[in-house]
Design a protein around this ligand. Structure first.
Ligand SMILES: [Zn+2]
Ligand SMILES: [Zn+2]
Ligand SMILES: [Zn+2]
Length: 482
């Protein structure tokens, strides 16, 4: 599909269609003024620009899935964020399609137009899309698409259990971005979480094949000697009366079970006898053993491994963070500028400033509760040091960023600008409490730099409470000073 920003103007056109109905059959109700029928064939991006929503005929689930995947994979916000409803007389049961769409379209087909909550929801999504469009040239990477999708829907990202996914779980919107490369879906989520755009909370745990990441595994008990799965199991019986211990099959008698040694009949478990364990006999190699060996066979690549060699993965649901929300508008400026700003977890100055301002506004309105802290780490003799660092500079910068990232909590926000150094927003941490963390960061950075270069760094850390009167601009001009 082509990217056609011109069509954005049509978004405000009052003659825009309510819905584009996409079907590969005759649905049996007539066309009307606010519905436009589209009966299959190659879809073009432009066709989605002149409607508020799309209604996909889900009588044929394969067809509906193809249409929805095409929409969500498109690079243009007017297409991939388009409200898309499913139409089916019988109702749609398919979890994957329901998640990939904006749900069923119950009021559709009666009057043809959307009413009530559906219309409000469509309007809310349309306003978000418009905001995104006003921001101009933000690269629609998969990261941006993901945060924009969640921001436009105001919903959390839930994993969906699905047998068609190799891991047994999928996130439909993300899966469409990476057909046949499921591992990238998880890498994207890990990245978004590390960067602080999403916050995850674990809902399940899976184990995957160490060779191919497939979670469809067969756990089986085998003979420790020959690995055969063919063995018999029997309870071991201990006769207290005479001390005899042997497999249950030894205790046969004409009038019920009796002891082969003392000939007395067995009465009650715990009174005259006990079953201390299980004995197994391999039918392949005749080996007698007590504990079988647990083996795991991958149903996809057939690799056999031990349970401890599987790769575990936490399955999480995700919530868009305030930073994620800000990023949906400002874009990712992680890789801009010089120094360590391109590293994971650091955000651009604009997003940082807007978060600080939000926090300050919040504090102004709600006086109670913890203050947050804005902290600044500057290196006084940077010029002298960068001469010394030379070719080691990029590695040292990465180490620096790591020290900082590891010392803070995932809710803290870090930014970097070569004029000011590192800037931190420590959420709900009063400056008095942030001292320890910042002191440790300072010591570790000094150590790192002294080990790598011969110049002693002049590091200064200063903190301000974000108490409703904080101004980032003023603070920065104070820091750089005349
Ligand atoms: Zn055996
Ligand atoms: Zn006995
Ligand atoms: Zn495998």
């Amino acid at each position: 599909m082509e990217k056609d920003l011109q069509d954005d103007r049509e978004n405000k056109d009052p003659k825009m269609k309510d819905a584009l109905f996409i079907s590969n059959r005759n649905p049996g109700f007539s066309n009307n003024a606010s519905i436009e029928f589209y009966a299959g064939g190659e879809m073009s991006g432009a066709m989605f620009h002149s409607c508020h929503a799309v209604v996909v005929d889900a009588a044929d689930l394969g067809f509906a899935e193809h249409v929805l995947r095409t929409i969500r994979r498109d690079p243009h916000p007017l297409v991939y964020l388009k409200p898309a409803y499913l139409y089916s007389e019988a109702g749609v049961q398919d979890d994957f399609l329901l998640e990939l769409s904006d749900g069923p379209a119950p009021r559709f087909g009666e009057g043809g137009t959307f009413q009530g909550p559906d219309r409000e929801r469509m309007g809310a999504i349309a306003r978000k899309i418009e905001l995104f469009m006003q921001r101009g040239n933000i690269a629609e990477t998969v990261f941006i698409k993901m945060v924009r999708y969640l921001a436009s829907r105001g919903k959390s990202l839930e994993p969906l259990m699905r047998i068609r996914s190799k891991s047994g779980f999928t996130f439909p919107f993300l899966e469409c971005q990476f057909p046949d490369r499921e591992h990238l879906m998880f890498e994207t989520l890990d990245w978004l979480e590390t960067a602080g755009l999403l916050s995850g909370s674990q809902v399940d745990a899976i184990h995957m094949c160490g060779a191919c990441d497939c979670a469809f595994l067969n756990f089986r008990e085998t003979c420790p000697q020959c690995s055969s799965v063919k063995f018999s199991s029997e309870d071991l019986v201990h006769h207290f009366v005479c001390g005899y211990v042997g497999p249950e099959s030894d205790f046969k008698g004409e009038r019920g079970p009796s002891c082969p040694k003392c000939r007395k009949g067995l009465r009650h478990i715990g009174v005259d006898h006990d079953r201390p364990s299980v004995v197994r006999k391999c039918r392949n190699c005749d080996h007698d053993f007590q504990e079988p060996v647990l083996e795991v066979v991958c149903l996809q690549c057939r690799k056999i491994s031990r349970p401890e060699n599987l790769s575990p993965r936490a399955i999480k649901k995700y919530q868009l963070t305030a930073l994620g929300e800000a990023t949906s508008l400002s874009g990712l400026d992680l890789a801009q500028g010089t120094g360590p700003a391109g590293l994971i977890g650091l955000i651009g100055y604009e997003s940082f400033a807007s978060l600080i301002n939000q926090e300050n506004e919040r504090k102004k309105r709600y006086k109670s509760g913890q203050n947050s802290t804005a902290a600044f780490l500057t290196i006084g003799n940077k010029g002298e040091m960068s001469l010394e660092m030379g070719r080691k500079a990029s590695r040292i910068s990465q180490e620096l960023a790591k020290i900082i990232k590891w010392s803070l909590r995932s809710t803290d926000v870090i930014s970097y600008r070569s004029e000011f150094g590192f800037m931190f927003l420590m959420v709900e941490t009063d400056p008095t409490r942030s001292d320890t963390v910042l002191g440790r960061i300072k010591t570790e950075i000094e150590q790192l730099l002294q080990e790598n270069i011969q110049v002693r760094p002049e590091i200064a850390i200063r903190c301000w409470p974000i108490d409703g009167t904080f101004s980032l601009e003023q603070t920065l001009s104070e820091l750089t000073g005349p």
